[in-house]
Design a protein around this ligand. Structure first.
Ligand SMILES: Cc1ncc(COP(=O)(O)O)c(C=O)c1O
Length: 388
């Protein structure tokens, strides 16, 4: 098994209980949800509703029916962005958005003439909430902020931005891809109207799961329409939560697995998970600095970041570093622009990209030690001209 340091892409390994529960569901229950009155179908309905309840509890939502299941956070973000914004509307975003936010917005800018304002931040990704307020216009209809950068890990002041949004009656959509499961989130205290989440990163669930927790009254249009298992004579998508926004057969096995991974996380507690990751990040930041020629991006304060660290090494290309780590040392990291080009503009690596390590709950200090040893060897080899 490689040393896995790509948890910002997807977490690995998954807890055994998740895998066992999914297998057991497929072997023993296996029915679809919302479409049958027989025992196994009803049991599937219960399992899905139970998962909605656990999500609500984890993020302090008030109505399990306002948890909408999607196939990933990209779909959740598209649902809100396309469902709320109309021609001529204005939207405010951070400087660090993933393409899951940037591309749907740029598409609406091109096709529906929406206007996009990008909130400035420092070169380490720190945003001043008052800068968001300065960008508000009479036609601002949405604020979208990533909770933490997937390139440099910087945690954004969501609570304060949410307060500003509330004062101006503008909904706040938060991309929690890098925080859900790794950092405490409370949609009430954090003033979040729409919390988009993905199941397969720090929530430790399977790929193909994600969702949206709605914490406001909404007139959002659905992204898709089709079969819902009921109200079949209705030619349009039925009103009501979650049906209005969920259509087609859901990923039942995946959602059952997600429910189990959330139980697993709850049994540990998010605060404990955060503490462990903070310790690992602190250790990694200190040890990485021992490597000759390394340049680390983002804040050096562990309280300000999640388990995401980007770096460059001497004049080596990021692809070459990742290839060496993989082929010679069996260490999995990610190299490139990480689907977030504006974040690379912030740290001035748009041409070059970065090597990114994504630290997860199952990593150990030993993994960092092995990485640092490998990087030291790569750095020496490079100085001798053996890698270029
Ligand atoms: C900040 C951020 N937003 C969105 C995404 C997209 O996640 P998914 O592929 O699960 O939709 C990612 C994943 O890399 C991310 O890091």
């Amino acid at each position: 098994m490689p040393i896995y340091l790509d948890n910002a892409s997807t977490s690995y390994p998954k807890p055994n209980v998740v895998i066992d529960t999914m297998a057991s569901y497929m072997k023993k229950i296996g029915a679809t949800a919302g479409r049958g009155a027989y025992k196994n179908a009803k049991e599937t309905d219960n399992l899905l509703f139970n998962c909605r309840k656990i999500i609500c509890k984890l993020f302090n939502g008030s109505d399990p029916n306002k948890v909408i299941f999607t196939s990933n956070i990209t779909e959740s973000l598209n649902l809100v962005i396309n469902g709320l914004l109309k021609s001529g509307d204005h939207v405010i975003v951070s400087s660090l958005e993933h393409n899951a936010v940037r591309r749907p917005l740029k598409t609406l800018e091109r096709d529906k003439k929406i206007q996009i304002s990008i909130t400035p931040c420092t070169t380490t990704g720190i945003t001043v909430p008052a800068d968001v307020e300065k960008l508000i216009r009479p036609n601002t209809k949405l604020i979208v902020f990533t909770h933490a950068s997937n390139v440099i890990g910087t945690i954004q002041p969501i609570r304060e931005i949410g307060k500003i949004a509330k004062n101006h009656k503008i909904p706040l959509l938060v991309d929690s891809a890098q925080t859900a499961g790794a950092y405490p989130i409370d949609v009430v205290k954090d003033n979040i109207d729409y919390l988009a989440f993905t199941g397969h990163k720090s929530l430790l669930g399977p790929t193909g799961t994600g969702g949206l927790l709605i914490n406001c009254d909404t007139h959002m249009s659905p992204l898709k329409s089709g079969g819902t298992g009921g109200d079949s004579k209705n030619p349009y998508q039925p009103e009501g939560f979650p049906t209005k926004y969920e259509t087609g057969t859901p990923n039942t096995a995946g959602i059952v697995g997600l429910g189990e991974s959330l139980n697993y996380l709850s049994s540990i507690g998010i605060d404990k998970i955060r503490k462990k990751e903070e310790e690992l990040v602190d250790y990694a930041l200190k040890r990485l600095l021992e490597v000759e020629g390394i340049k680390i991006y983002g804040p050096r304060d562990t309280k300000k970041i999640v388990g995401v660290i980007s770096f460059n090494l001497s004049n080596l290309s990021v692809e070459e570093i990742a290839r060496e780590l993989d082929s010679k040392y069996d260490i999995a990291v990610r190299a490139g622009l990480h689907c977030a080009p504006t974040a690379h503009t912030v740290i001035d690596t748009l041409d070059r990209g970065t090597v990114r390590i994504g630290i997860g709950y199952f990593n150990k200090k030993k993994d960092i030690d092995i990485l640092v040893k490998a990087l030291k060897s790569i750095s020496i080899e490079a100085s001798k001209g053996k890698i270029s």
